[in-house]
Design a protein around this ligand. Structure first.
Ligand SMILES: NC(=O)c1ccc[n+]([C@@H]2O[C@H](COP(=O)([O-])OP(=O)(O)OC[C@H]3O[C@@H](n4cnc5c(N)ncnc54)[C@H](O)[C@@H]3O)[C@@H](O)[C@H]2O)c1
Length: 319
């Protein structure tokens, strides 16, 4: 199968490309090296991808918004599936730059859908986010919650992407599964994300800045579990669905920092700051639908996943 992966140089994209190549698929990847974080980290991710099967991986450096990169990707040969992971990421930065999130997320997703129609490709899996649930939904979140009170431009943009995909399904019959990912962690995690940032502070002997009282909680999902869910979705996508992909359990921020310290072999000190705008207090996934459609169940405990992250961090993390 030939799979077009957008955002292939990123954290989750590089893991998905690796797994697709390992099982024998042909991968065409697009990434524009968005400056949100260092290009060198993304080129290193691509090196790992190429080390699996360079002969079945084609990389196009290009922006989904430039009007040509997607056509170049489709011109290589018929694409069976699109895995759309490219996005401007991050909840808090989206508050400072909302228009950029509209362009890179809503507009870029629309370009992906239009290119798929033009090139007669009709199966898409894309990365949505647990942030679409906002603070109004009742936890654990189910996919049929209203999800109409997003707390940040990032969350609003992801919900808008889901709706645009739903529109494409209605107009053209495009099969789309939008995976609502719940805080993903593991090797190659983005440097500004909580665990990586906290680890950087701990490695430098600095206090870990904790926003709020530490009672806010997350359903942290190991990247290997996410990849398993994504690949099954790529194989099975049919009709339109949004599906939660979550982790093994919900945990309070303060406890997660302690666990991370244990994995790194560091006793963390914590500096408490007021809660940040845009943050939701709780994210926890109902995984019933993921179980039914994808046979998905998280296989990696937070303890095991953090041990793997810590081993990677001491070798490659931002210190
Ligand atoms: N990491 C998480 O916890 C998490 C949670 C929920 C949803 N998601 C979603 O999963 C996807 C991947 O996230 P990630 O953590 O790997 O982020 P990432 O920033 O590491 O990867 C995204 C990649 O997309 C690229 N990109 C952005 N705009 C582009 C454009 N216009 N054209 C081409 N490439 C572009 C970036 O350069 C980057 O390499 C995103 O859609 C994100 O919203 C991630």
């Amino acid at each position: 199968m030939r799979v077009l992966v957008t955002g292939c140089a990123g954290f989750i994209g590089s893991h998905c490309c690796e797994a697709l190549l390992r099982r024998g698929d042909v991968v065409v990847g697009i990434d524009c090296f968005d400056p949100f974080y260092e290009r060198a980290l993304k080129t290193r991710n691509l090196d790992v991808v190429r080390s699996v099967a360079a002969e079945r991986f084609t990389f196009i450096e290009g922006d989904l918004l430039d009007g040509t990169s997607l056509d170049r990707a489709f011109a290589i040969g018929p694409v069976d599936r699109v895995l759309h992971l490219a996005a401007k990421v991050g909840v808090r930065p989206s508050i400072a730059q909302p228009a950029a999130y509209v362009r890179h997320n809503i507009e870029a997703t629309t370009h992906v859908l239009a290119a798929m129609s033009a090139h007669k490709c009709d199966h898409l899996v894309f990365a949505s986010s647990s942030s679409v649930y906002g603070d109004d939904s009742v936890a654990p979140y189910r996919e049929d919650a209203r999800a109409d009170a997003p707390m940040s431009p990032y969350a609003a943009s992801k919900r808008a992407c889901e709706l645009m995909c739903r529109t494409w399904h209605a107009l053209y019959g495009t099969h789309v599964w939008g995976l609502r990912l719940f805080t993903v962690y593991g090797p190659r995690q983005r440097p500004e994300m909580a665990f990586h940032r906290f680890a950087t502070h701990m490695a430098r002997g600095e206090a870990v800045p904790m926003f709020g009282d530490g009672a806010s909680s997350r359903d942290y999902t190991f990247v290997g579990d996410v990849v398993a869910g994504v690949l099954t979705a790529v194989d099975r996508v049919d009709g339109f669905r949004v599906i939660n992909i979550g982790g093994d359990r919900e945990i309070a921020l303060r406890d997660a920092i302690e666990l991370l310290g244990g994995a790194l072999g560091v006793t963390p000190t914590i500096a408490v700051h007021p809660s940040a705008a845009g943050d939701v207090r709780r994210t926890t996934a109902d995984l019933t639908l993921a179980g039914a459609l994808l046979g998905y169940a998280p296989a990696v405990t937070l303890e095991a996943g953090l041990a793997e992250f810590a081993a990677w961090f001491w070798q490659h993390g931002v210190r």
